[in-house]
Design a protein around this ligand. Structure first.
Ligand SMILES: Nc1ncnc2c1ncn2[C@@H]1O[C@H](COP(=O)(O)OP(=O)(O)OP(=O)(O)O)[C@@H](O)[C@H]1O
Ligand SMILES: [Mg+2]
Length: 346
Protein backbone atom coordinates (compact mmCIF):
# COMPACT_ATOMS: atom_id res chain seq x y z
CA UNK A 1 0.00 0.00 0.00
CA UNK A 2 1.34 3.40 -0.97
CA UNK A 3 1.92 6.05 1.69
CA UNK A 4 -0.20 9.03 0.65
CA UNK A 5 0.79 12.60 1.56
CA UNK A 6 -1.38 15.66 0.97
CA UNK A 7 0.77 18.76 0.51
CA UNK A 8 -1.61 21.43 1.66
CA UNK A 9 -1.97 24.95 3.05
CA UNK A 10 -5.01 27.12 2.51
CA UNK A 11 -2.80 30.13 1.84
CA UNK A 12 -1.70 30.61 -1.77
CA UNK A 13 1.90 30.89 -2.93
CA UNK A 14 3.51 29.23 0.10
CA UNK A 15 5.41 26.64 -1.95
CA UNK A 16 2.91 23.75 -2.03
CA UNK A 17 3.53 22.85 -5.67
CA UNK A 18 7.29 23.39 -5.40
CA UNK A 19 7.36 21.21 -2.29
CA UNK A 20 5.13 18.42 -3.69
CA UNK A 21 7.25 18.35 -6.84
CA UNK A 22 10.63 18.27 -5.11
CA UNK A 23 9.60 15.77 -2.44
CA UNK A 24 8.19 13.50 -5.15
CA UNK A 25 11.37 13.74 -7.24
CA UNK A 26 13.64 13.20 -4.21
CA UNK A 27 11.59 10.18 -3.11
CA UNK A 28 11.91 8.74 -6.62
CA UNK A 29 15.68 9.38 -6.45
CA UNK A 30 15.65 7.29 -3.26
CA UNK A 31 14.42 4.36 -5.39
CA UNK A 32 10.76 4.45 -4.36
CA UNK A 33 7.98 4.22 -6.98
CA UNK A 34 6.29 7.61 -6.76
CA UNK A 35 3.08 9.12 -8.12
CA UNK A 36 2.43 12.85 -8.00
CA UNK A 37 -1.28 13.67 -8.30
CA UNK A 38 -1.85 17.23 -9.47
CA UNK A 39 -5.12 18.53 -8.01
CA UNK A 40 -4.64 22.15 -9.00
CA UNK A 41 -6.23 23.59 -12.14
CA UNK A 42 -3.06 25.66 -12.63
CA UNK A 43 -1.39 22.28 -13.51
CA UNK A 44 2.01 23.66 -12.47
CA UNK A 45 3.19 20.34 -11.01
CA UNK A 46 2.25 18.60 -14.27
CA UNK A 47 4.03 20.99 -16.61
CA UNK A 48 7.04 21.36 -14.28
CA UNK A 49 7.72 17.67 -14.99
CA UNK A 50 7.55 18.24 -18.73
CA UNK A 51 4.18 16.46 -19.01
CA UNK A 52 1.34 17.97 -21.05
CA UNK A 53 -1.91 18.86 -19.31
CA UNK A 54 -4.55 16.13 -19.30
CA UNK A 55 -7.16 16.04 -22.04
CA UNK A 56 -9.87 13.86 -23.49
CA UNK A 57 -7.36 11.30 -24.83
CA UNK A 58 -4.97 11.54 -21.91
CA UNK A 59 -6.95 11.14 -18.73
CA UNK A 60 -5.79 12.85 -15.57
CA UNK A 61 -6.95 13.90 -12.12
CA UNK A 62 -10.12 15.65 -13.39
CA UNK A 63 -11.50 12.54 -15.14
CA UNK A 64 -10.25 10.40 -12.27
CA UNK A 65 -12.41 12.34 -9.80
CA UNK A 66 -15.46 12.20 -12.08
CA UNK A 67 -15.08 8.50 -13.02
CA UNK A 68 -13.22 7.10 -10.07
CA UNK A 69 -14.35 3.50 -10.79
CA UNK A 70 -12.50 3.51 -14.12
CA UNK A 71 -9.09 4.63 -12.86
CA UNK A 72 -6.13 2.37 -13.65
CA UNK A 73 -2.41 2.81 -12.93
CA UNK A 74 -1.93 3.33 -16.71
CA UNK A 75 -3.60 6.74 -16.28
CA UNK A 76 -0.44 7.90 -14.52
CA UNK A 77 2.00 9.26 -17.06
CA UNK A 78 5.74 8.61 -16.90
CA UNK A 79 8.04 11.60 -16.49
CA UNK A 80 11.66 11.99 -17.58
CA UNK A 81 12.66 10.93 -14.06
CA UNK A 82 13.00 7.24 -13.24
CA UNK A 83 10.36 5.90 -10.79
CA UNK A 84 8.24 9.06 -11.03
CA UNK A 85 4.81 9.31 -12.68
CA UNK A 86 2.22 12.06 -12.63
CA UNK A 87 -1.56 12.07 -12.77
CA UNK A 88 -1.89 15.24 -14.81
CA UNK A 89 -4.23 18.11 -14.11
CA UNK A 90 -5.85 20.54 -16.54
CA UNK A 91 -7.87 23.73 -16.58
CA UNK A 92 -11.05 21.60 -16.41
CA UNK A 93 -10.26 21.08 -12.75
CA UNK A 94 -11.34 24.68 -12.09
CA UNK A 95 -14.99 23.63 -12.44
CA UNK A 96 -14.88 20.35 -10.55
CA UNK A 97 -16.11 21.67 -7.21
CA UNK A 98 -19.34 22.80 -8.92
CA UNK A 99 -19.65 19.52 -10.82
CA UNK A 100 -19.31 17.47 -7.62
CA UNK A 101 -21.40 19.78 -5.42
CA UNK A 102 -24.57 17.62 -5.68
CA UNK A 103 -22.86 14.25 -5.19
CA UNK A 104 -23.38 12.70 -1.78
CA UNK A 105 -19.86 11.23 -1.82
CA UNK A 106 -18.29 14.52 -2.99
CA UNK A 107 -15.71 14.52 -0.16
CA UNK A 108 -14.65 10.90 -0.80
CA UNK A 109 -14.15 10.87 -4.59
CA UNK A 110 -10.35 10.68 -4.42
CA UNK A 111 -10.11 7.71 -2.05
CA UNK A 112 -10.96 5.08 -4.75
CA UNK A 113 -8.40 6.73 -7.06
CA UNK A 114 -5.69 6.26 -4.42
CA UNK A 115 -6.79 2.65 -3.86
CA UNK A 116 -6.59 1.97 -7.62
CA UNK A 117 -3.04 3.35 -7.72
CA UNK A 118 -1.89 2.00 -4.39
CA UNK A 119 -0.25 -1.27 -5.47
CA UNK A 120 1.64 0.33 -8.36
CA UNK A 121 3.35 2.94 -6.17
CA UNK A 122 5.16 3.19 -2.83
CA UNK A 123 4.47 6.89 -2.27
CA UNK A 124 1.72 9.20 -3.57
CA UNK A 125 2.05 12.98 -3.19
CA UNK A 126 -1.01 15.21 -3.69
CA UNK A 127 -0.49 18.82 -4.76
CA UNK A 128 -3.52 20.63 -3.30
CA UNK A 129 -5.01 23.92 -4.49
CA UNK A 130 -4.92 27.04 -2.27
CA UNK A 131 -8.29 26.60 -0.55
CA UNK A 132 -10.01 24.35 1.93
CA UNK A 133 -12.71 23.46 -0.58
CA UNK A 134 -13.92 20.09 -1.86
CA UNK A 135 -10.61 19.22 -3.55
CA UNK A 136 -8.43 19.82 -0.51
CA UNK A 137 -10.86 17.97 1.78
CA UNK A 138 -10.87 15.05 -0.72
CA UNK A 139 -7.07 15.04 -0.48
CA UNK A 140 -7.14 15.01 3.33
CA UNK A 141 -9.75 12.23 3.39
CA UNK A 142 -7.65 10.12 1.00
CA UNK A 143 -4.28 10.65 2.73
CA UNK A 144 -2.30 8.93 5.44
CA UNK A 145 -0.60 12.15 6.40
CA UNK A 146 -0.31 15.81 5.52
CA UNK A 147 2.70 17.97 4.87
CA UNK A 148 2.16 21.69 5.43
CA UNK A 149 4.61 24.03 3.72
CA UNK A 150 4.73 27.28 5.66
CA UNK A 151 6.86 30.35 5.07
CA UNK A 152 7.63 32.17 8.33
CA UNK A 153 5.02 34.88 7.75
CA UNK A 154 1.76 35.61 9.53
CA UNK A 155 -0.79 34.92 6.78
CA UNK A 156 0.79 31.55 6.00
CA UNK A 157 0.71 30.70 9.72
CA UNK A 158 -2.99 31.63 9.79
CA UNK A 159 -3.55 29.29 6.81
CA UNK A 160 -1.74 26.51 8.67
CA UNK A 161 -3.84 27.07 11.81
CA UNK A 162 -7.09 26.77 9.80
CA UNK A 163 -5.84 23.60 8.11
CA UNK A 164 -4.82 21.92 11.36
CA UNK A 165 -8.17 22.70 12.98
CA UNK A 166 -9.96 21.28 9.89
CA UNK A 167 -7.84 18.10 10.16
CA UNK A 168 -8.71 17.78 13.86
CA UNK A 169 -12.42 18.14 13.08
CA UNK A 170 -12.25 15.60 10.21
CA UNK A 171 -10.22 13.16 12.32
CA UNK A 172 -12.70 13.51 15.22
CA UNK A 173 -15.59 12.85 12.82
CA UNK A 174 -13.85 9.69 11.60
CA UNK A 175 -13.55 11.10 8.06
CA UNK A 176 -9.74 11.09 7.94
CA UNK A 177 -6.91 8.93 9.26
CA UNK A 178 -4.19 11.56 9.20
CA UNK A 179 -1.32 10.71 11.51
CA UNK A 180 1.95 12.49 12.20
CA UNK A 181 1.37 15.70 10.20
CA UNK A 182 4.63 17.32 9.12
CA UNK A 183 5.42 20.99 8.76
CA UNK A 184 8.10 22.23 6.38
CA UNK A 185 9.40 25.78 6.71
CA UNK A 186 9.70 27.19 3.19
CA UNK A 187 11.09 30.43 1.77
CA UNK A 188 13.13 30.98 4.94
CA UNK A 189 15.23 34.16 4.92
CA UNK A 190 18.15 33.96 7.31
CA UNK A 191 18.89 37.66 6.79
CA UNK A 192 15.46 38.73 8.09
CA UNK A 193 15.33 38.78 11.94
CA UNK A 194 11.52 38.84 11.86
CA UNK A 195 11.31 35.72 9.67
CA UNK A 196 13.95 33.96 11.75
CA UNK A 197 11.97 34.74 14.91
CA UNK A 198 8.79 33.29 13.37
CA UNK A 199 10.65 30.18 12.20
CA UNK A 200 11.93 29.64 15.75
CA UNK A 201 8.40 30.13 17.10
CA UNK A 202 7.02 27.53 14.66
CA UNK A 203 9.60 25.03 15.97
CA UNK A 204 8.83 25.88 19.60
CA UNK A 205 5.06 25.51 19.14
CA UNK A 206 5.02 22.45 16.85
CA UNK A 207 8.12 20.58 18.05
CA UNK A 208 8.99 17.35 16.23
CA UNK A 209 6.24 17.86 13.64
CA UNK A 210 8.52 20.44 11.99
CA UNK A 211 11.02 18.82 9.63
CA UNK A 212 14.63 19.65 10.48
CA UNK A 213 15.47 20.95 7.00
CA UNK A 214 14.36 24.48 6.16
CA UNK A 215 13.90 25.49 2.52
CA UNK A 216 15.64 28.81 1.93
CA UNK A 217 14.17 31.56 -0.21
CA UNK A 218 16.18 30.76 -3.29
CA UNK A 219 16.87 32.19 -6.72
CA UNK A 220 17.86 28.67 -7.73
CA UNK A 221 14.26 27.49 -7.18
CA UNK A 222 12.89 30.45 -9.06
CA UNK A 223 15.23 29.86 -12.00
CA UNK A 224 14.61 26.10 -12.05
CA UNK A 225 10.84 26.66 -12.17
CA UNK A 226 11.36 29.03 -15.11
CA UNK A 227 13.28 26.24 -16.85
CA UNK A 228 10.53 23.75 -15.96
CA UNK A 229 12.76 21.33 -14.15
CA UNK A 230 13.40 20.38 -10.54
CA UNK A 231 16.25 22.27 -8.90
CA UNK A 232 18.16 19.00 -8.26
CA UNK A 233 18.68 18.54 -12.00
CA UNK A 234 19.87 22.02 -12.91
CA UNK A 235 21.47 23.20 -9.66
CA UNK A 236 22.25 20.14 -7.55
CA UNK A 237 24.63 22.10 -5.29
CA UNK A 238 22.21 24.89 -4.39
CA UNK A 239 21.28 25.12 -0.71
CA UNK A 240 17.61 24.67 -1.64
CA UNK A 241 18.47 21.42 -3.44
CA UNK A 242 20.19 20.07 -0.38
CA UNK A 243 17.34 21.18 1.90
CA UNK A 244 14.67 19.45 -0.20
CA UNK A 245 16.69 16.20 -0.30
CA UNK A 246 17.01 16.29 3.49
CA UNK A 247 13.33 17.09 4.01
CA UNK A 248 12.35 14.17 1.75
CA UNK A 249 14.74 11.79 3.52
CA UNK A 250 13.33 12.69 6.93
CA UNK A 251 9.75 12.34 5.68
CA UNK A 252 10.46 8.94 4.10
CA UNK A 253 12.11 7.60 7.24
CA UNK A 254 9.43 9.08 9.49
CA UNK A 255 6.71 7.10 7.73
CA UNK A 256 8.56 4.00 6.57
CA UNK A 257 10.21 3.31 9.91
CA UNK A 258 7.40 4.85 12.01
CA UNK A 259 9.65 6.97 14.18
CA UNK A 260 11.94 9.97 14.28
CA UNK A 261 14.74 9.54 11.74
CA UNK A 262 18.30 9.55 13.09
CA UNK A 263 20.72 12.05 11.54
CA UNK A 264 22.87 9.15 10.25
CA UNK A 265 19.93 7.50 8.50
CA UNK A 266 18.92 10.82 6.88
CA UNK A 267 22.52 11.36 5.65
CA UNK A 268 22.63 7.85 4.21
CA UNK A 269 19.37 8.34 2.29
CA UNK A 270 20.47 11.77 1.03
CA UNK A 271 23.67 10.15 -0.29
CA UNK A 272 21.58 7.54 -2.08
CA UNK A 273 19.49 10.29 -3.68
CA UNK A 274 22.61 12.18 -4.74
CA UNK A 275 24.05 9.00 -6.29
CA UNK A 276 20.91 8.70 -8.41
CA UNK A 277 21.43 12.16 -9.85
CA UNK A 278 23.42 12.33 -13.09
CA UNK A 279 27.15 12.11 -12.29
CA UNK A 280 29.10 15.23 -13.28
CA UNK A 281 30.88 14.70 -16.60
CA UNK A 282 34.67 14.47 -16.28
CA UNK A 283 35.64 15.93 -19.69
CA UNK A 284 36.63 19.56 -20.25
CA UNK A 285 33.40 20.06 -22.20
CA UNK A 286 31.54 18.41 -19.38
CA UNK A 287 33.20 20.65 -16.78
CA UNK A 288 32.17 23.70 -18.82
CA UNK A 289 28.60 22.39 -18.92
CA UNK A 290 28.58 21.67 -15.19
CA UNK A 291 29.71 25.20 -14.46
CA UNK A 292 26.88 26.54 -16.59
CA UNK A 293 24.40 24.22 -14.90
CA UNK A 294 25.35 25.36 -11.41
CA UNK A 295 25.44 28.94 -12.71
CA UNK A 296 24.16 30.71 -9.67
CA UNK A 297 26.81 29.21 -7.43
CA UNK A 298 29.91 29.53 -9.60
CA UNK A 299 30.49 33.03 -10.94
CA UNK A 300 32.01 33.11 -14.40
CA UNK A 301 35.60 34.30 -14.73
CA UNK A 302 36.08 38.02 -15.00
CA UNK A 303 32.56 38.80 -13.84
CA UNK A 304 32.26 40.39 -10.42
CA UNK A 305 29.04 39.20 -8.87
CA UNK A 306 28.58 40.50 -5.37
CA UNK A 307 25.40 38.55 -4.85
CA UNK A 308 24.30 35.39 -3.18
CA UNK A 309 23.66 32.09 -4.92
CA UNK A 310 20.02 32.75 -4.25
CA UNK A 311 20.03 30.89 -0.97
CA UNK A 312 20.96 33.77 1.32
CA UNK A 313 23.40 36.65 1.38
CA UNK A 314 26.47 34.44 1.52
CA UNK A 315 28.76 36.75 -0.40
CA UNK A 316 32.02 35.09 0.43
CA UNK A 317 31.25 31.55 -0.60
CA UNK A 318 34.79 30.60 -1.51
CA UNK A 319 38.33 31.38 -0.49
CA UNK A 320 38.89 32.80 -3.96
CA UNK A 321 36.23 35.44 -3.33
CA UNK A 322 37.70 36.20 0.08
CA UNK A 323 41.14 36.70 -1.47
CA UNK A 324 39.61 38.99 -4.11
CA UNK A 325 37.91 41.03 -1.39
CA UNK A 326 41.16 41.28 0.64
CA UNK A 327 43.04 42.41 -2.49
CA UNK A 328 40.44 45.09 -3.20
CA UNK A 329 40.63 46.32 0.42
CA UNK A 330 44.46 46.61 0.23
CA UNK A 331 44.21 48.60 -3.04
CA UNK A 332 41.64 50.98 -1.53
CA UNK A 333 43.85 51.53 1.58
CA UNK A 334 46.89 52.21 -0.61
CA UNK A 335 44.93 54.74 -2.70
CA UNK A 336 43.67 56.49 0.46
CA UNK A 337 47.22 56.63 1.88
CA UNK A 338 48.54 58.18 -1.33
CA UNK A 339 45.77 60.79 -1.30
CA UNK A 340 46.53 61.69 2.33
CA UNK A 341 50.27 61.99 1.51
CA UNK A 342 49.47 64.16 -1.54
CA UNK A 343 47.20 66.42 0.50
CA UNK A 344 49.93 66.65 3.18
CA UNK A 345 52.50 67.62 0.56
CA UNK A 346 50.21 70.38 -0.73
N1 LIG B 1 12.05 28.40 -1.72
C1 LIG B 1 11.65 29.24 -2.67
N2 LIG B 1 12.42 30.30 -2.98
C2 LIG B 1 12.04 31.18 -3.95
N3 LIG B 1 10.92 31.07 -4.66
C3 LIG B 1 10.12 30.02 -4.39
C4 LIG B 1 10.45 29.05 -3.39
N4 LIG B 1 9.45 28.13 -3.35
C5 LIG B 1 8.57 28.51 -4.29
N5 LIG B 1 8.95 29.61 -4.91
C6 LIG B 1 8.26 30.35 -5.96
O1 LIG B 1 7.11 30.94 -5.37
C7 LIG B 1 6.01 30.87 -6.27
C8 LIG B 1 4.87 30.11 -5.59
O2 LIG B 1 5.30 28.78 -5.34
P1 LIG B 1 4.32 27.55 -5.51
O3 LIG B 1 3.62 27.62 -6.83
O4 LIG B 1 5.08 26.33 -5.20
O5 LIG B 1 3.30 27.87 -4.36
P2 LIG B 1 1.85 27.26 -4.14
O6 LIG B 1 1.61 27.29 -2.67
O7 LIG B 1 1.74 25.96 -4.82
O8 LIG B 1 0.95 28.33 -4.89
P3 LIG B 1 -0.63 28.16 -5.14
O9 LIG B 1 -1.26 28.40 -3.81
O10 LIG B 1 -0.95 29.23 -6.15
O11 LIG B 1 -0.88 26.78 -5.65
C9 LIG B 1 6.53 30.18 -7.52
O12 LIG B 1 6.88 31.16 -8.45
C10 LIG B 1 7.76 29.44 -7.06
O13 LIG B 1 8.71 29.28 -8.09
MG1 LIG C 1 0.32 25.27 -6.27
Amino acid sequence: MAITVAVSNQKGGVGKTTTALHLAVATALAGRRVLLIDLDSQANATTALGVAEAGVDTPGSYLALLNNDDVRPAWARPTGIANLSVLASSLDMAGIELELADQTDRLRRLRPVIIAMSDAFDWIFLDCPPSLGILSVNALVASDTVLIPVPPEQFALDGMARLTSTITRLNDAGQTRITAPSILITMAQSWSPEKMRRATEIRQVHGDAVLVAEIPHSNAIDQASGERQPVFMSRPNADASDAYLRAAAQLILRHETKGQASTGAVEELVEQMRDSLQPAPATAAGRKQTTEQTGDQRPKRGRRRRRSNGDGPKIYRSRRRLRQAAGTAVLICAALLMMIMLLGAL
